[in-house]
Design a protein around this ligand. Structure first.
Ligand code: SF4
Length: 370
Protein backbone atom coordinates (compact mmCIF):
# COMPACT_ATOMS: atom_id res chain seq x y z
CA UNK A 1 0.00 0.00 0.00
CA UNK A 2 1.19 3.52 -0.76
CA UNK A 3 2.80 4.90 2.46
CA UNK A 4 0.66 8.06 2.39
CA UNK A 5 -2.49 6.00 1.96
CA UNK A 6 -1.43 3.88 4.93
CA UNK A 7 -0.87 7.00 7.05
CA UNK A 8 -4.31 8.26 6.07
CA UNK A 9 -5.98 4.96 6.92
CA UNK A 10 -4.20 4.25 10.14
CA UNK A 11 -4.12 7.71 11.67
CA UNK A 12 -6.58 10.28 12.86
CA UNK A 13 -5.13 13.46 11.53
CA UNK A 14 -6.82 16.76 11.52
CA UNK A 15 -9.20 17.25 8.56
CA UNK A 16 -6.98 20.04 7.17
CA UNK A 17 -3.94 17.76 6.95
CA UNK A 18 -6.05 15.09 5.31
CA UNK A 19 -7.16 17.63 2.68
CA UNK A 20 -3.51 18.36 1.90
CA UNK A 21 -2.54 14.70 1.74
CA UNK A 22 -5.44 14.02 -0.60
CA UNK A 23 -4.39 16.83 -2.93
CA UNK A 24 -7.28 19.18 -2.10
CA UNK A 25 -5.53 22.11 -0.37
CA UNK A 26 -7.39 25.30 0.51
CA UNK A 27 -6.03 28.49 2.07
CA UNK A 28 -7.71 27.55 5.33
CA UNK A 29 -6.28 24.02 5.34
CA UNK A 30 -2.75 25.29 4.63
CA UNK A 31 -2.96 27.92 7.38
CA UNK A 32 -4.09 25.19 9.80
CA UNK A 33 -1.16 23.05 8.67
CA UNK A 34 1.28 25.90 9.41
CA UNK A 35 -0.04 25.83 12.99
CA UNK A 36 0.35 22.06 13.39
CA UNK A 37 3.06 20.58 15.57
CA UNK A 38 6.39 20.45 13.78
CA UNK A 39 6.80 16.80 14.72
CA UNK A 40 3.57 15.83 12.96
CA UNK A 41 4.40 17.94 9.89
CA UNK A 42 7.89 16.46 9.66
CA UNK A 43 6.72 12.86 9.97
CA UNK A 44 4.06 13.30 7.30
CA UNK A 45 6.28 15.29 4.94
CA UNK A 46 9.06 12.72 5.27
CA UNK A 47 6.64 9.88 4.47
CA UNK A 48 5.47 11.69 1.34
CA UNK A 49 9.04 12.49 0.28
CA UNK A 50 10.22 8.90 0.65
CA UNK A 51 7.37 7.90 -1.66
CA UNK A 52 8.74 10.37 -4.23
CA UNK A 53 12.50 9.74 -4.12
CA UNK A 54 13.31 7.30 -1.32
CA UNK A 55 16.45 8.31 0.59
CA UNK A 56 18.12 9.93 -2.42
CA UNK A 57 19.01 13.62 -2.38
CA UNK A 58 20.20 15.41 -5.51
CA UNK A 59 22.62 18.31 -5.87
CA UNK A 60 24.16 20.19 -8.77
CA UNK A 61 27.56 21.74 -9.28
CA UNK A 62 26.76 25.19 -10.59
CA UNK A 63 27.58 28.88 -10.45
CA UNK A 64 25.63 32.11 -10.37
CA UNK A 65 26.39 34.67 -13.02
CA UNK A 66 25.27 38.09 -11.84
CA UNK A 67 25.75 39.74 -15.23
CA UNK A 68 24.70 43.20 -14.01
CA UNK A 69 23.64 44.82 -10.74
CA UNK A 70 21.74 47.66 -12.39
CA UNK A 71 17.99 47.61 -11.84
CA UNK A 72 15.18 50.14 -12.01
CA UNK A 73 12.55 48.05 -10.19
CA UNK A 74 13.66 49.01 -6.65
CA UNK A 75 12.23 46.17 -4.58
CA UNK A 76 12.27 47.27 -0.95
CA UNK A 77 14.08 44.11 0.26
CA UNK A 78 16.88 44.10 -2.32
CA UNK A 79 20.40 45.07 -1.25
CA UNK A 80 21.94 43.89 -4.52
CA UNK A 81 20.73 46.36 -7.12
CA UNK A 82 21.93 49.89 -7.82
CA UNK A 83 20.27 52.46 -10.11
CA UNK A 84 21.74 53.25 -13.54
CA UNK A 85 24.76 55.57 -13.28
CA UNK A 86 25.58 54.56 -9.70
CA UNK A 87 29.35 54.40 -8.92
CA UNK A 88 29.03 50.66 -8.09
CA UNK A 89 27.01 49.86 -11.23
CA UNK A 90 28.47 47.20 -13.49
CA UNK A 91 27.40 45.22 -16.53
CA UNK A 92 29.52 42.41 -17.93
CA UNK A 93 29.82 42.25 -21.68
CA UNK A 94 28.80 38.84 -23.06
CA UNK A 95 32.37 37.74 -23.78
CA UNK A 96 33.67 38.57 -20.29
CA UNK A 97 30.63 36.97 -18.67
CA UNK A 98 30.94 33.79 -20.73
CA UNK A 99 34.67 33.62 -19.96
CA UNK A 100 33.78 33.44 -16.24
CA UNK A 101 31.46 30.53 -16.97
CA UNK A 102 34.15 28.79 -19.03
CA UNK A 103 36.61 29.23 -16.14
CA UNK A 104 34.21 27.53 -13.72
CA UNK A 105 33.45 24.82 -16.22
CA UNK A 106 37.13 24.02 -16.65
CA UNK A 107 37.93 24.27 -12.92
CA UNK A 108 34.92 22.54 -11.32
CA UNK A 109 32.94 20.91 -14.11
CA UNK A 110 29.85 23.01 -13.45
CA UNK A 111 26.72 21.73 -15.16
CA UNK A 112 24.53 24.77 -14.79
CA UNK A 113 24.86 28.54 -14.75
CA UNK A 114 22.16 30.46 -12.96
CA UNK A 115 22.00 33.78 -14.83
CA UNK A 116 20.64 36.54 -12.62
CA UNK A 117 20.55 40.30 -12.81
CA UNK A 118 17.84 42.94 -12.63
CA UNK A 119 15.89 45.13 -14.98
CA UNK A 120 18.72 47.02 -16.63
CA UNK A 121 17.12 49.50 -19.04
CA UNK A 122 20.12 49.57 -21.34
CA UNK A 123 20.00 45.83 -22.11
CA UNK A 124 17.77 44.43 -24.84
CA UNK A 125 17.16 41.07 -26.44
CA UNK A 126 20.41 41.14 -28.43
CA UNK A 127 22.46 41.33 -25.24
CA UNK A 128 20.86 38.21 -23.76
CA UNK A 129 21.03 36.30 -27.02
CA UNK A 130 24.76 37.10 -27.38
CA UNK A 131 25.34 36.17 -23.75
CA UNK A 132 23.59 32.80 -24.05
CA UNK A 133 25.20 31.96 -27.39
CA UNK A 134 28.63 32.83 -26.06
CA UNK A 135 28.13 30.68 -22.94
CA UNK A 136 27.10 27.72 -25.07
CA UNK A 137 30.04 28.29 -27.42
CA UNK A 138 32.75 28.48 -24.77
CA UNK A 139 31.42 25.49 -22.83
CA UNK A 140 30.75 23.43 -25.97
CA UNK A 141 27.08 23.25 -24.96
CA UNK A 142 27.87 21.36 -21.77
CA UNK A 143 26.60 23.95 -19.28
CA UNK A 144 22.85 24.46 -18.99
CA UNK A 145 21.52 28.00 -18.79
CA UNK A 146 18.96 28.43 -16.01
CA UNK A 147 18.31 32.07 -16.44
CA UNK A 148 16.45 35.33 -16.00
CA UNK A 149 13.25 35.94 -14.13
CA UNK A 150 9.76 36.88 -15.32
CA UNK A 151 10.32 40.57 -14.62
CA UNK A 152 13.50 40.65 -16.75
CA UNK A 153 11.78 38.76 -19.58
CA UNK A 154 8.75 41.02 -19.48
CA UNK A 155 10.99 44.09 -19.56
CA UNK A 156 12.81 42.83 -22.67
CA UNK A 157 9.46 42.20 -24.37
CA UNK A 158 8.30 45.72 -23.56
CA UNK A 159 11.57 47.32 -24.63
CA UNK A 160 11.61 45.45 -27.94
CA UNK A 161 7.87 45.84 -28.61
CA UNK A 162 7.53 42.05 -28.79
CA UNK A 163 5.25 39.48 -27.23
CA UNK A 164 6.59 37.57 -24.22
CA UNK A 165 6.16 34.39 -26.23
CA UNK A 166 8.39 35.69 -29.05
CA UNK A 167 11.09 36.76 -26.59
CA UNK A 168 11.03 33.34 -24.94
CA UNK A 169 11.30 31.59 -28.29
CA UNK A 170 14.31 33.67 -29.27
CA UNK A 171 15.99 33.17 -25.90
CA UNK A 172 15.44 29.45 -26.10
CA UNK A 173 16.87 29.38 -29.59
CA UNK A 174 19.94 31.22 -28.24
CA UNK A 175 20.46 28.65 -25.46
CA UNK A 176 18.07 29.26 -22.56
CA UNK A 177 17.31 25.85 -21.00
CA UNK A 178 15.06 26.71 -18.07
CA UNK A 179 13.87 29.62 -15.93
CA UNK A 180 14.45 29.99 -12.19
CA UNK A 181 11.53 31.15 -10.10
CA UNK A 182 13.11 34.37 -8.88
CA UNK A 183 10.93 37.38 -8.29
CA UNK A 184 7.84 35.51 -7.14
CA UNK A 185 8.43 36.57 -3.51
CA UNK A 186 4.89 35.99 -2.24
CA UNK A 187 2.25 35.74 -4.95
CA UNK A 188 -0.37 37.86 -3.27
CA UNK A 189 -1.60 41.34 -4.21
CA UNK A 190 -0.86 42.97 -0.85
CA UNK A 191 2.69 41.76 -0.32
CA UNK A 192 3.77 42.44 -3.88
CA UNK A 193 2.29 45.94 -3.68
CA UNK A 194 4.31 46.60 -0.52
CA UNK A 195 7.55 44.83 -1.51
CA UNK A 196 7.87 45.44 -5.21
CA UNK A 197 5.06 47.56 -6.65
CA UNK A 198 6.84 47.96 -10.00
CA UNK A 199 6.70 44.21 -10.59
CA UNK A 200 2.90 44.14 -10.83
CA UNK A 201 0.53 41.70 -9.13
CA UNK A 202 0.89 37.93 -8.91
CA UNK A 203 -0.43 37.50 -12.48
CA UNK A 204 2.66 39.25 -13.88
CA UNK A 205 4.92 36.43 -12.63
CA UNK A 206 2.39 33.71 -13.42
CA UNK A 207 1.74 34.98 -16.98
CA UNK A 208 5.39 34.72 -18.03
CA UNK A 209 5.92 31.33 -16.37
CA UNK A 210 2.70 29.98 -17.86
CA UNK A 211 3.82 31.08 -21.32
CA UNK A 212 7.28 29.57 -20.84
CA UNK A 213 5.85 26.20 -19.83
CA UNK A 214 3.37 26.31 -22.69
CA UNK A 215 6.42 26.49 -24.95
CA UNK A 216 7.90 23.52 -23.12
CA UNK A 217 10.51 25.49 -21.15
CA UNK A 218 10.78 24.04 -17.63
CA UNK A 219 10.95 26.32 -14.62
CA UNK A 220 11.50 26.22 -10.89
CA UNK A 221 9.26 28.02 -8.43
CA UNK A 222 10.34 29.89 -5.31
CA UNK A 223 8.87 31.58 -2.28
CA UNK A 224 10.66 34.22 -0.25
CA UNK A 225 9.09 34.11 3.20
CA UNK A 226 9.72 35.52 6.65
CA UNK A 227 9.12 39.25 6.09
CA UNK A 228 5.75 41.02 6.05
CA UNK A 229 3.63 38.21 4.67
CA UNK A 230 0.71 36.65 6.54
CA UNK A 231 0.12 32.91 6.77
CA UNK A 232 -2.89 33.28 4.47
CA UNK A 233 -0.64 34.86 1.87
CA UNK A 234 1.90 32.05 2.08
CA UNK A 235 -1.01 29.66 1.58
CA UNK A 236 -2.28 31.66 -1.40
CA UNK A 237 1.22 31.52 -2.88
CA UNK A 238 1.49 27.74 -2.55
CA UNK A 239 -1.94 27.23 -4.11
CA UNK A 240 -1.09 29.47 -7.08
CA UNK A 241 2.08 27.48 -7.73
CA UNK A 242 0.19 24.19 -7.45
CA UNK A 243 -2.50 25.41 -9.86
CA UNK A 244 0.18 26.44 -12.34
CA UNK A 245 1.76 23.00 -12.08
CA UNK A 246 -1.56 21.26 -12.59
CA UNK A 247 -2.13 23.41 -15.68
CA UNK A 248 1.31 23.09 -17.31
CA UNK A 249 3.27 20.39 -15.46
CA UNK A 250 6.78 21.75 -16.11
CA UNK A 251 7.73 22.97 -12.62
CA UNK A 252 10.77 20.90 -11.77
CA UNK A 253 11.38 22.08 -8.23
CA UNK A 254 10.29 24.39 -5.44
CA UNK A 255 12.62 26.42 -3.24
CA UNK A 256 11.63 28.37 -0.14
CA UNK A 257 14.09 31.15 0.71
CA UNK A 258 14.15 32.64 4.13
CA UNK A 259 14.31 36.43 3.81
CA UNK A 260 17.64 37.85 4.93
CA UNK A 261 16.95 41.14 6.69
CA UNK A 262 19.40 43.72 5.49
CA UNK A 263 17.48 46.49 3.84
CA UNK A 264 15.00 48.95 5.33
CA UNK A 265 12.31 46.28 5.19
CA UNK A 266 13.87 44.67 8.27
CA UNK A 267 12.46 47.49 10.42
CA UNK A 268 8.89 46.59 9.46
CA UNK A 269 9.24 42.90 10.20
CA UNK A 270 7.63 41.48 13.34
CA UNK A 271 10.54 39.08 13.92
CA UNK A 272 13.18 37.23 12.00
CA UNK A 273 12.16 33.77 10.75
CA UNK A 274 13.94 30.99 12.61
CA UNK A 275 15.39 27.65 11.56
CA UNK A 276 12.30 25.91 12.97
CA UNK A 277 10.13 28.12 10.81
CA UNK A 278 12.12 27.05 7.77
CA UNK A 279 11.46 23.40 8.56
CA UNK A 280 7.78 24.17 8.93
CA UNK A 281 7.69 25.95 5.55
CA UNK A 282 9.50 23.07 3.82
CA UNK A 283 7.20 20.48 5.40
CA UNK A 284 3.97 22.31 4.56
CA UNK A 285 5.22 22.88 0.99
CA UNK A 286 5.82 19.16 0.60
CA UNK A 287 2.34 18.38 1.91
CA UNK A 288 0.81 20.83 -0.56
CA UNK A 289 2.91 19.76 -3.56
CA UNK A 290 3.24 16.05 -2.64
CA UNK A 291 4.62 14.19 -5.67
CA UNK A 292 3.23 16.81 -8.07
CA UNK A 293 6.32 18.99 -7.73
CA UNK A 294 8.83 16.22 -7.19
CA UNK A 295 11.87 18.14 -5.97
CA UNK A 296 11.96 20.49 -3.01
CA UNK A 297 15.26 22.14 -2.19
CA UNK A 298 16.62 22.36 1.33
CA UNK A 299 17.41 26.09 0.97
CA UNK A 300 20.94 26.04 2.46
CA UNK A 301 21.82 29.41 1.02
CA UNK A 302 19.55 31.30 3.38
CA UNK A 303 18.84 28.69 6.08
CA UNK A 304 22.44 27.54 6.61
CA UNK A 305 23.91 24.03 6.46
CA UNK A 306 22.54 22.72 9.76
CA UNK A 307 18.93 23.68 9.13
CA UNK A 308 19.21 22.52 5.50
CA UNK A 309 20.41 19.10 6.66
CA UNK A 310 17.40 18.86 8.97
CA UNK A 311 15.15 19.97 6.11
CA UNK A 312 16.08 16.70 4.37
CA UNK A 313 13.91 15.03 7.02
CA UNK A 314 11.08 17.55 6.63
CA UNK A 315 10.19 17.17 2.97
CA UNK A 316 13.26 18.39 1.06
CA UNK A 317 14.97 16.00 -1.35
CA UNK A 318 17.38 18.26 -3.18
CA UNK A 319 20.36 20.15 -1.79
CA UNK A 320 20.45 22.73 -4.57
CA UNK A 321 23.72 23.92 -6.03
CA UNK A 322 27.23 24.81 -5.02
CA UNK A 323 26.44 28.32 -6.26
CA UNK A 324 29.95 29.56 -6.99
CA UNK A 325 30.12 33.34 -7.41
CA UNK A 326 26.85 34.21 -5.67
CA UNK A 327 26.74 37.99 -5.04
CA UNK A 328 23.19 38.76 -3.88
CA UNK A 329 23.58 37.61 -0.27
CA UNK A 330 27.08 39.05 0.20
CA UNK A 331 25.54 42.37 -0.90
CA UNK A 332 23.13 41.99 2.04
CA UNK A 333 26.04 41.36 4.42
CA UNK A 334 25.59 37.57 4.60
CA UNK A 335 28.94 35.74 4.37
CA UNK A 336 28.85 32.57 2.30
CA UNK A 337 30.68 29.33 3.00
CA UNK A 338 32.52 27.63 0.16
CA UNK A 339 30.94 24.44 -1.15
CA UNK A 340 32.45 21.75 -3.32
CA UNK A 341 31.13 18.35 -4.47
CA UNK A 342 32.79 16.38 -1.66
CA UNK A 343 31.49 18.72 1.02
CA UNK A 344 27.93 18.62 -0.31
CA UNK A 345 28.03 14.83 -0.38
CA UNK A 346 29.39 14.74 3.17
CA UNK A 347 26.63 17.04 4.39
CA UNK A 348 23.92 14.95 2.73
CA UNK A 349 25.37 11.67 4.05
CA UNK A 350 25.65 13.12 7.54
CA UNK A 351 21.87 13.62 7.39
CA UNK A 352 21.45 9.90 6.68
CA UNK A 353 20.61 10.43 3.01
CA UNK A 354 22.23 9.24 -0.23
CA UNK A 355 23.62 12.00 -2.43
CA UNK A 356 23.51 11.93 -6.21
CA UNK A 357 24.86 14.50 -8.60
CA UNK A 358 22.25 15.71 -11.05
CA UNK A 359 21.95 17.91 -14.10
CA UNK A 360 19.82 20.98 -14.71
CA UNK A 361 16.76 18.81 -15.32
CA UNK A 362 17.12 16.82 -12.09
CA UNK A 363 18.40 13.73 -13.91
CA UNK A 364 21.23 11.79 -12.28
CA UNK A 365 24.52 12.43 -14.00
CA UNK A 366 25.87 9.23 -15.50
CA UNK A 367 29.18 8.20 -13.99
CA UNK A 368 29.03 10.75 -11.14
CA UNK A 369 29.45 9.64 -7.56
CA UNK A 370 26.56 9.11 -5.21
S1 SF4 B 1 15.06 41.92 -6.49
FE1 SF4 B 1 15.55 41.89 -8.69
S2 SF4 B 1 13.94 43.16 -9.62
FE2 SF4 B 1 13.96 43.65 -7.42
S3 SF4 B 1 15.35 45.41 -7.21
FE3 SF4 B 1 16.59 43.58 -6.84
S4 SF4 B 1 17.46 43.11 -8.84
FE4 SF4 B 1 15.74 44.50 -9.21
Amino acid sequence: MDPVERVLRESHYDASLVRLLEGRPTVRAIVDAFRESLGVLGALADTVTRGVSGRRVGYIVNMILNYSNVCIVRCSFCAFHVPPGHPRAYTLDPKTAAAKVAEHYEAYGIRQVLVQGGVNPSLGLDYYKSLFREIKRVTRGRVAIHGLSPVEIEWVARKEGMRVREVLEELREAGLDSIPGGGAEILSERTRRLLSPAKGGPEAWIRVMDEAMRLGIPISATMMYGHIERLEERAEHLIRILELQRRRGRIMAFIAWRYQPAAKLAEKMPEKATGLEHLRVVAVSRLVFRHEIPWIQAGWLTAGFDVARLALHYGANDWGGTLYEEKVLPAAGVPLPRLVREKVERLIRSAGREPFERDNFYRPVAGATG
